[in-house]
Design a protein. Structure first.
Length: 156
């Protein structure tokens, strides 16, 4: 018998994930949006510095996926909406390989000589406890990478 035990009486809280972050960036909208695409794509890495090999096709319906080479990989999602330089939105399972659907939104606006990114990740499904525990750390790392990259590009 499989040693994995599933909770049978799940609540709505067990089936949902809701993460919201605000990232203040000292760079223009255009520079920040370009950094967002780079950081979520080819420059992405794990919190311990390992490359993620993510790729983004930045158009409606485009894929966001992890390219493992040799036609192997993992589909994270599709671009649901893109409005340069103020909106990037994805839907899909992301890093979760089980019955779950996510919506990830990056809304960018000008604020005090820089850019405010409003980030929101909502998910619904059979979310594993280890993913639930680590997802906030992962998004914080990715979003901090966007801020650092945009600010470095802006200072040049």
């Amino acid at each position: 018998m499989n040693s994995t035990v599933m909770k049978m009486n799940r609540t709505i809280e067990d089936l949902t994930l809701n993460i919201t972050q605000e990232i203040h960036v000292r760079a223009s909208l255009e520079v920040t949006f370009a950094a967002l695409l780079e950081q979520l794509g080819p420059l992405n890495e794990t919190p311990d510095g390992k490359p993620m090999s993510l790729k983004i096709e930045p158009w409606p319906g485009g894929r966001w996926y992890r390219d493992l080479g040799g036609e192997n990989g993992h589909l994270w999602g599709h671009v649901q909406s893109i409005k340069r330089p103020t909106l990037l939105e994805f839907y899909g399972p992301l890093f979760m390989s089980y019955p779950v659907s996510s919506n990830v939104q990056y809304r960018l606006s000008e604020q005090d000589g820089g850019t405010l990114i409003k980030f929101h990740h909502m998910a619904f499904g059979l979310i594993a406890d280890d993913h639930r525990a680590g997802v906030n750390t992962g998004w914080t790392h990715m979003n901090e990478g966007v801020r650092k990259l945009a600010e470095a590009k802006s200072s040049k």
